[in-house]
Design a protein around this ligand. Structure first.
Ligand SMILES: [Zn+2]
Length: 225
């Protein structure tokens, strides 16, 4: 049975409805209708590196949307229920934030922020890699997944002070490939304080990276609006 036909049969038996407006979804839509996806709010922050709380090793930062309920649900479903198609849909929508970013023209490699290998084994994929592949296809840039690794379990951060948390995050990453003179773009789903990507950037620069930026699909509102 061809896969399209299979989907059509499934749709007939179990019609799917938009989680927000309850409209019946067509075969190209998943969880939300196109109309509700179009309600996602762009941050319009442009390069917001100066507003991140921890970002001194990063050269630039772009985040496409505010991290609202729809995006939280999509990213959660993408990560924990393995719904890669959902991750691809939101990644494609997020691309517009990079279209006008002058820095994207000067990037050599895309680096998904790595997951620890135990987490990777549990999940079967890294959500950041799916986003990076979408960016790579659009801007014709290679995605490298073996340059930086998450080498240690980041132990529970709750009992640590700020300096301790920083050390803890920094120790978690290890660069195992060559990045001398390269202009790199880290990619992740959500950027909160910037501590994780900043630690990656620090390690990459210690190994000679020329510039390191970060692009994420979403960022929560820290009074930036
Ligand atoms: Zn809807």
């Amino acid at each position: 049975m061809n896969i399209r036909f299979y989907h059509e049969v499934l749709e007939f038996i179990y019609p799917q409805y938009c989680k927000t407006c309850e409209r019946k979804l067509n075969s190209a839509e998943i969880r939300y209708c196109r109309n509700c996806f179009n309600q996602l709010v762009p941050t319009d922050l442009g390069n917001w590196i100066k507003k991140t709380t921890t970002g001194e090793h990063l050269d630039f930062a772009y985040s496409a949307f505010w991290y609202d309920e729809i995006l939280q649900d999509c990213i959660h479903n993408g990560k924990y229920n393995g719904c890669k198609r959902l991750l691809r849909i939101i990644s494609e929508m997020a691309l517009s934030e990079l279209e006008d970013a002058p820095e994207i023209m000067r990037v050599d490699l895309l680096l998904p922020v790595p997951l620890h290998k135990v987490r990777y084994r549990e999940r079967g994929f890294n959500q950041a890699e799916i986003i990076a592949r979408t960016v790579g296809e659009r801007f014709n840039l290679p995605v490298k997944t073996n340059l930086i690794h998450r080498s240690e379990w980041t132990t529970s951060q709750t009992k640590l002070d700020i300096a301790g948390r920083r050390r803890n995050t920094e120790q978690a990453f290890k660069v195992t490939g060559i990045c001398e003179g390269k202009r790199l773009l880290l990619i992740d789903d959500v950027l909160t304080s910037g501590a994780t990507s900043n630690s990656c950037a620090k390690k990459l620069k210690e190994r000679g990276a020329a510039t390191v930026g970060i692009f994420t699909v979403a960022t929560p509102d820290f009074g930036l609006k």
